[in-house]
Design a protein around this ligand. Structure first.
Ligand code: ZN
Ligand code: ZN
Length: 278
């Protein structure tokens, strides 16, 4: 499945698709530096205690370069002629970051929920900030995936960055089918009990499912006690496309129409994602 084919079949995704493409291109052109791999031994105690890698003092991941990359990405997009309100919002963000002492550092702390920074266009800031941070962290995420014992984590937040999941993926066949939760921020996927709700932690084995015809294995799993839902990819091979969240924004509308609540993290709580401004 190609991105072009998917967007062609879901024309309402076109505005968000072109903006994602513009941001990804800008990020690619910037050659963002990568985080250094931490000492896993220095992190091990924190891992067992449930502290995500990026928040661990033992792992000591340097946040500064990620903040600088996020600020540069904002500045680059502010200087470009992008569609809709996108460039205008990027310009507002650029001004706010320049005004702020330690603005770049504060953005990263804010993305990680540790700073009360209040940027204009917070939805766009979140999306651009995570785009930079995910690229910065990508080799560390890959190394952590190989190294981590997921059986010792099984928590409802991302082992790398601490975000709640954006989506989920089902792997394998019964018995022994596994569920992974997918971080919309840093891109980590980690194991979580299959029948447990990652929002209220109810383990009633009552996660219910809405299947949607013709959606390449995407479905909506929801929890009856709390009404939270998680879009779930029941397949393999198209993770990059189908777990990127924006490619299934229409399923959020289906869930909303059924009275379910999006309790998953979202980078796409953006006015322009609806197409209204584009
Ligand atoms: Zn994460
Ligand atoms: Zn629940």
């Amino acid at each position: 499945m190609t991105r072009e084919g998917w967007v062609e079949a879901h024309a309402y995704l076109q505005p968000v698709a072109s903006l994602c493409a513009a941001v990804e291109r800008a990020a690619r052109e910037m050659a963002i530096v990568n985080a250094e791999t931490p000492s896993w031994d220095d992190y091990d105690g924190d891992f067992r205690a449930g502290v995500p890698l990026v928040r661990s003092e033992g792992a000591a991941i340097d946040r500064k370069p990620a903040g600088a990359a996020a600020a540069s990405l904002v500045a680059k997009l502010a200087a470009e002629r992008s569609p809709g309100n996108f460039a205008a919002d990027a310009a507002l963000l650029d001004q706010a970051l320049r005004r702020e002492t330690h603005g770049a550092r504060r953005v990263v702390d804010w993305l990680l929920g540790e700073d009360d920074f209040a940027p204009p266009a917070p939805g766009l800031m979140r999306y651009l900030g995570w785009t930079a941070l995910a690229r910065y962290l990508s080799p560390v995420v890959a190394a952590f995936d190989k190294r981590r014992n997921d059986e010792l984590w099984l928590r409802r937040y991302c082992p790398t960055c601490g975000s709640p999941p954006a989506m989920a993926q089902l792997l394998g066949t019964d018995p022994g089918r596994k569920r992974l939760l997918a971080c919309g921020g840093c891109g980590t996927r980690w194991q979580f009990p299959r029948t447990k709700c990652p929002f209220c932690e109810n383990d009633s084995q009552k996660l219910s499912v809405v299947t949607v015809q013709g959606e390449a294995g995407l479905r909506i799993d929801f929890c009856v006690p709390c009404g939270g839902y998680l879009k779930t990819y029941d397949g393999q091979g198209d993770e990059d496309l189908l777990l990127s969240d924006w490619t299934s924004l229409h399923l959020d509308l289906v869930a909303h129409d059924r009275g379910l609540k999006r309790r998953a993290a979202s980078l796409f709580a953006l006015d322009w994602a609806s197409g209204a401004d584009a």
